[in-house]
Design a protein around this ligand. Structure first.
Ligand SMILES: [Zn+2]
Length: 443
């Protein structure tokens, strides 16, 4: 019975006291080996005046230094190609996964054979939690190759025993062909791509009820937990939509919603999450919004101890109705520190704009946030949206006014609004770049 509800009943329903003791054992093992075998960590710990023996409780981790992506980048440049934080011997390495490099030069991550096994297993755990079963046909539209999520899901499908279609990101029309035959039942993609596929499905005149697809889980960027986005995906594809979370340096697909849709359960037996203040980096109590900091409890090859993710979130450790005892990041990832727009004293994230755009039935799923400067050199924010039908001049003006009002309420500032014809904005099969900064180009 429990086997049917959970992938790994024992670990997923472990009492929290027992979980903490398991986490502490694993954390001490990890910190100890990093201190002994990685000059990168040893130098940092020494500078901060901390030793592995200082780790008596999980809370003691707060005294250890934070690691940023820039630290990793600098370390890999000084000690190419992988830096001095590779702890497992070369013979144990299985594969290389550099970051996408969207925020600078890529950072290399290595999975040992054991790391890949663990990742496959907890990915299977997440897939099981949102309802994937061995009889499912899984259409894996996550990008394959260097990007982490495609491979992780592929390995997990083999573990569960699913029939997998390794289509990868791209070829929108073929995605639809496989919905029709052999009839995929589970779809994995970025939320942007899911909306794009739904749009193409509508254009082909196929009703969602004509395809057997029943579940989708969407990651690589936030969106699936924005209520209006979730509704558009669910209605457009005729499925239950779930949120997926992961990141290159930590792991792909290690946190997902369960069928309760009650936040992202993460694999607490492998990953420790702290929530810290964005400026001081001091840990915040559970329930407060801050930046997520992650530690690998079991990773062999390139372990991270207190990695600062730049992702904002809120953590809930209360039990979930599904019976899992592992914590949840509730409400999804609330924004990336890199994407914060500061405009005339107000601060907002693209995900807040998304909430407004997707609530308006006359707008398409696409939008852009353009940052530019006006003639006087003042910052200007323009939100570009697509209208699904042709509007009269007066009608268009009314829509612009309505949008400006809605944005003012959601963002506390009033941006410019530009309406463009349906199909003008580029569709993506991977991660959308919705924030466009034109200020540099103008100078
Ligand atoms: Zn749950």
């Amino acid at each position: 019975m429990a086997r049917d509800r959970f992938w790994d009943p024992e670990i997923e329903t472990i009492p929290r006291k027992q979980l903490h003791s398991l986490q502490l054992d694993r954390l001490r093992w990890q910190v100890d080996r990093c201190y002994r075998e990685s000059p990168f960590y040893r130098e940092r710990f020494d500078r901060a005046g901390v030793r592995p023996s200082h780790l008596q409780t999980l809370e003691d981790l707060r005294h250890f230094p934070i690691v940023t992506k820039e630290d990793l980048r600098r370390e890999q440049e000084a000690h190419p190609p992988f830096g001095r934080y590779v702890v497992a011997p070369r013979g144990t390495w299985q594969e290389l996964h550099p970051s996408t490099g969207t925020t600078g030069r890529p950072v290399n991550t290595i999975w040992s054979r054991e790391d890949a096994r663990v990742i496959a297993d907890h990915t299977a755990r997440t897939m099981w939690s949102f309802g994937t079963r061995p009889h499912d046909i899984v259409q894996n539209a996550f990008s394959y190759g260097l990007w982490v999520a495609g491979m992780a899901v592929h390995y997990a499908c083999a573990l569960i025993g699913c029939f997998v279609i390794p289509i990868g990101a791209g070829t929108t029309q073929r995605q639809i062909d496989y919905f029709l035959s052999p009839g995929s039942t589970v779809l994995l993609a970025t939320p942007s791509f899911a909306l794009h596929i739904a749009e193409a499905l509508r254009e082909r005149g196929i009703h969602p009820e004509e395809i057997p697809l029943r579940i989708g889980c969407f990651g690589g960027e936030p969106g699936a937990e924005v209520p209006e986005t979730r509704r558009r995906i669910e209605e457009g594809l005729g499925i239950d939509c779930y949120d997926y979370y992961g990141l290159g340096e930590i792991a792909p697909t290690f946190a997902s919603e369960c069928t309760e849709k009650n936040g992202l359960h993460w694999a607490e037996d492998h990953y420790l999450i702290e929530v810290v203040h964005p400026e001081t980096h001091e840990p915040l109590p559970p329930g407060e919004v801050g930046i997520l900091v992650m530690t690998h409890l079991t990773r062999e090859a390139t372990p991270m101890i207190r990695y600062l993710t730049n992702d904002y979130g809120r953590v809930d450790l209360e039990p979930c109705k599904c019976g899992r005892t592992h914590g949840r990041i509730v409400g999804g990832i609330l924004g990336r520190a890199d994407d914060l727009v500061i405009y005339r004293g107000a601060k907002f994230y693209p995900v807040q704009v998304e909430g407004v755009v997707r609530r308006m039935p006359e707008l398409s799923d696409e939008f852009r946030i353009e940052l530019s400067r006006d003639e006087r050199g003042m910052d200007r924010v323009t939100i570009v949206v697509e209208c699904t039908r042709v509007l009269e001049e007066a009608e268009q003006q009314r829509l612009v006014e309505r949008l400006r009002g809605a944005f003012k309420e959601a963002l506390q500032v009033t941006p410019e609004v530009r309406i463009v014809p349906f199909g003008t904005l580029e569709r993506t099969v991977f991660k959308a770049r919705r924030l466009v900064d034109l200020r540099q180009q103008e100078r």
